[in-house]
Design a protein around this ligand. Structure first.
Ligand code: NCD
Length: 358
């Protein structure tokens, strides 16, 4: 770890550490000037993003042959990872699992605390320490705010630290989803993200994907964001403040049709009702925030439609056949970019002959 004196004092006190500004924390989660624990979208600058995209492109090309796949799966065949996913997941879980397998990383998993020792009263903190006795990487999804970060903080204070990757933390962040989303934009627009208008639609208040993706916008020039949501689910103030501070142009609207017309990418999201305290989602009329077949006629000819998935009825299945529907490709992009990230974290990227093309 790259630790300063100041950090060694603060690192002992989680309460103090957690309230530091992100910019002060980042160095604590890096090693040899590289991302070590992947926790926040703010860890990615443009250079690292574009580098990861090139690794992803190379991996997806070389693994088309048995020889290439054998090479990729030899890169990290001396490593083991645990997937600790105690919130529901299909894609993120499977894409990480398969990304591990592409690189040869051996995997184990805990998905249900009712059959792990947490059921016997073990704290999640002790569970994390236990994982590090057996594996070299912890990939985790957790419902408790800041717990993924706390796990990385805890690990970095032990004698056997292992990197932690955030695969979805409460309502706050989902940095590797943002990574695959921006990779999808990069591929869809032939490497030209600057100047694009991105509409984010739905439950912006509680969706961690739109929060993490918003943070990435600071890496690009002349971006414009359109936040489209019912007023109850408007984007939180911390993200709006971030946009203002970084001079990222944006506007907020409740008018779906108006908002999607001028967008180059339309990012749909579902209602995040698992965060309801008193069934508040039921009181919100979400029907106006669904992409129907008729909307294909009003969006730009070369716009793309994205969704982190799973979907309910935010995108009509009739939209799936339109060439602008990008969500299934987006899902597959996640596996490649997660493999690239792990190759980078474990420093084997230098062994991959990386291509330059977008
Ligand atoms: C998202 C999540 O878990 O935040 N799903 C995913 O990881 N692809 C979005 C969602 O569940 O709505």
């Amino acid at each position: 770890m790259e630790r300063t004196k100041e950090m060694t004092v603060i690192e002992k006190d989680w309460g103090k550490f957690v309230s530091l500004p992100i910019s002060d924390k980042l160095k604590y989660f890096s090693k040899n000037s590289r991302i070590y624990d992947c926790l926040f979208a703010q860890q990615f600058d443009r250079e690292i993003l574009e580098y990861l995209f090139r690794i992803s492109n190379t991996l997806r090309r070389i693994t088309k042959t048995k020889e290439g796949m054998n090479f990729a799966s030899s890169l990290l065949d001396h490593k083991r990872a645990i997937l600790y996913f105690v919130q529901p997941s299909t894609r993120t879980f499977l894409s990480f699992l398969n990304a591990c397998h592409i690189l040869g990383i051996k995997t184990s998993e805990i998905r249900d605390t009712s059959i792990s020792s947490e059921y016997k009263g073990e704290s999640p903190e002790d569970s994390i320490r236990t994982f590090s006795s057996y594996v070299d990487l912890i990939i985790m999804r957790h419902p408790t705010p800041n717990f993924v970060e706390k796990s990385a903080w805890l690990m970095n204070r032990t004698k056997r630290p292992v990197p932690v990757i955030n695969a979805g933390s409460s309502k706050d962040q989902h940095p590797t989803q943002a990574l695959l989303d921006i990779y999808t934009l990069y591929r869809s627009f032939n490497g030209e993200i600057d100047g694009k208008t991105i509409a984010m639609v739905g439950d912006l208040k509680r969706g961690r994907t739109v929060r993490s993706l918003s943070y990435l916008m600071k890496n690009y020039k002349n971006m414009k964001l359109i936040y489209i949501s019912p007023k109850e689910f408007a984007m939180e103030k911390d993200i709006i403040d971030f946009l203002k501070k970084n001079n990222i142009s944006y506007y907020e609207t409740t008018d779906f049709e108006e908002g999607i017309k001028e967008a180059d990418a339309i990012y749909m999201t579902r209602i995040q009702d698992e965060h309801d305290k008193n069934g508040e989602s039921k009181k919100v009329d979400y029907s106006g925030y669904c992409f129907k077949e008729k909307h294909l006629k009003i969006i730009k000819k070369d716009a793309i439609i994205m969704h982190p998935l799973p979907r309910r009825d935010e995108i009509d299945v009739k939209v799936d056949d339109d060439p602008r529907a990008m969500y299934w490709r987006q899902e597959r992009n996640g596996m490649w970019v997660r493999a690239a990230l792990m190759a980078y974290i474990f420093n084997v990227d230098s062994k991959i002959h990386i291509e330059n093309n977008p």
